[in-house]
Ligand binder design. Structure first.
Ligand code: ADP
Length: 333
């Protein structure tokens, strides 16, 4: 079961906002669409949801839903500001969609059990009788998430779900969001302008610019081989190596000189026997890999990749090598 988006385009008053995007979101995976503000991310999401008139097609598990109205697509939406009903309790907010579909005492008992189950899923047991205004921003977003999962949607569409929160909470909740989606087995398409958020929540990454998709793939692949310098910087690279700087790194690492231009992308890996040496300045762990910035002797800061089981802390000395196979592959493209 896969979401398949083919050649999707959306225009506002003849001005294109999304231009021919094709994407797949495999069952049970979370794909983050990452791009700067105004690049068309939300419009893409709204096109998939059926909230904007689009050309191209959207299919779930082979079923073409392009002509179906939003409420018949079996997708749920969650927005930046959660959009809770302030006059309803947490329990009634979460159960709202359930109540629309079922009536009677037996249905109410089932609803109650399901609401409790959903609140437990998002770590808010015992919150059913609280009113939204008594909750923190993070708690409100968790309620919104529980509500959007109430019907076990076949696809969850998330529009900047954590952007309204402050930085610390955002980081914390990003990890939780991933856990909740994994536990519920939800297939999700999330749009965000924040690479940290994308890396923390998603399995796959699609990078958008000016309405078009510029790159798509498993998160670690995209991180290791950004399609161009602009993408690398947008993904959070500390430095993009080009020209002489790239050649110096390659020469120091003993990699083939012909591959010089390709090292601007992160072909630098933590390797005990690698020829480069430097001090770890920062580490950002994601569920798939560790992204390090290392001050390499004589060469300056380099972005590097380490496997998750490599233990290191800022200030440690590490050895680095250049992933020659990857560099060779990139040089050939
Ligand atoms: P993002 O989510 O990446 O910030 P959007 O999808 O919101 O980008 O917007 C993409 C482009 O479409 C922008 O240029 C924006 O101004 C324009 N746009 C978005 N919504 C509308 C609308 N309802 N009417 C007209 N133009 C819009």
């Amino acid at each position: 079961m896969t979401l398949t988006i083919r050649d999707l385009s959306v225009a506002y008053d003849d001005v294109p906002a999304v231009r021919g995007v094709s994407l797949e979101v495999p069952d049970g995976s979370v794909l983050a669409v990452l791009g700067p503000s105004g690049c068309g991310k939300s419009t893409l999401l709204r096109g998939v949801a059926g909230l904007e008139q689009a050309t191209g097609s959207v299919a779930w598990d082979g079923e073409d839903v392009t002509r179906l109205p939003t409420h018949r697509r079996g997708f749920a939406l969650m927005f930046q500001d959660g959009q809770l009903f302030d006059h309803l309790t947490v329990g009634r907010n979460v159960g709202y969609a359930l109540r629309l579909r079922s009536r009677g005492r037996a249905a109410r008992a089932t609803e109650h059990a399901r609401v409790e189950e959903l609140l437990a899923l998002v770590g808010l047991e015992g919150y059913a009788d609280r009113l939204p205004r008594t909750l923190s921003g993070g708690e409100r977003q968790r309620v919104a998430l529980a509500r959007s999962l109430a019907h076990q949607p076949r696809l969850l569409l998330l529009d900047e779900p954590l952007s309204a929160l402050d930085a610390g909470l955002r980081r914390h909740l990003a990890g939780e969001l991933r856990e909740i989606l994994t536990r519920a087995g939800t297939t999700a398409l999330m749009v965000t302008h924040d690479h940290e958020e994308a890396f923390s929540v998603a399995d796959r990454l699609a990078v958008m610019r000016e309405g078009r998709l510029v790159q798509e793939g498993p998160i670690d692949e995209v991180w290791r081989s950004p399609v161009d310098a602009g993408t690398a910087l947008f993904l959070g690279y500390a430095r993009v190596l080009e020209g002489d700087a790239a050649r110096r790194v390659l020469a120091a690492a003993g990699a083939p000189a012909a591959a010089a231009v390709a090292v601007r992308r992160s072909a630098v890996v933590v390797d005990e026997r690698g020829p480069l040496e430097g001090e770890v300045r920062s580490i950002r762990s994601t569920p798939q890999l560790q992204r390090l910035v290392v001050a390499v002797d004589g060469l300056g800061d380099l972005d590097a990749v380490a496997p998750l089981d490599h233990r290191t802390s800022p200030g440690d000395r590490v050895r680095l090598g250049v992933d020659v196979t990857r560099v060779a592959a990139l040089a050939g493209d």
